[in-house]
Design a protein. Sequence first.
Length: 315
Amino acid sequence: MYQASSPDEGALVKGASNFGYKFHTRTPRSVLISYNGEDLEYQILNVCEFNSTRKRMSTIVRNNKGEIYVMCKGADTVIFERLAKDQDTESCLSHLEEFAAEGLRTLCIAQRKISQAEYDNWSKIHDKAAASLIDRSQALDDAAELIEKDLELLGATAIEDKLQEGVPDTIFTLQQAGIKVWVLTGDRQETAINIGYSCKLLNENTNLVICNEENAAATKSYLHKQLGILRKAASDEFSALIIDGKALDYALLPDIAQYLLEVACLCKAVVCCRVSPLQKAQVVNLVKKNKQAITLAIGDGANDVGMIQAAHIGM
């Protein structure tokens, strides 16, 4: 029985096992897998850990042949930004959209073969960052950025992120009681919307107000326009604001934040997707400081700590 730190990792290892690549031993410095009756050892040279800002994790390994590879997994947006030029990503993007439309949680995987000389040079930078006493985390992130580039896309994974029993009925009941429910998630927009339907936050009659603008001026203009439309709408019309992390960065600027808040409060549901832990806390603080309301934040991991601390009540 495999044990993993995340469902994604467990699913990947089990999937590889179905194709004959069976992980069977993990030591502090190596991983052993068997394939066609042969043991293959991968020496682990470095691990660039995942964090919510990087939205990716990389492992640098040396195989039986002495070849060194950077292997990176993470959100599609950050992986695609770091791919080598002229790669055909159309098929993978199509699969990602299909997976997300089904409400599946996705990750992309990429790799790059590097020379011993490149690794030696990078290793010195990484070791210096690891020994830093000032801004160590940022120094490590900067070091990782140097090696996580010109990657070759290997593919994508998708897993079902099951809701706990009773979640849809609970959310529906909260809404019936007049409690506003906002979802702040790191998932892709398509995944977040699909989960919104499955948990009864959204329904087939919901008018989706989707804000994916590319700059501050466009974001302000879009929210201002939607504010006018929503003010004229019938009071029983079910509208939901959907906004991605990039547009949310602009929407939280001082001269735009009030438009965001007014639009959000006129909607019966809000879904913020591809958001960072900082953005989650900023959204909670926006409501807390500007509305006479008690805020409750519920999270299930380290990414939610800032949001939980920002709310009047955190769980």
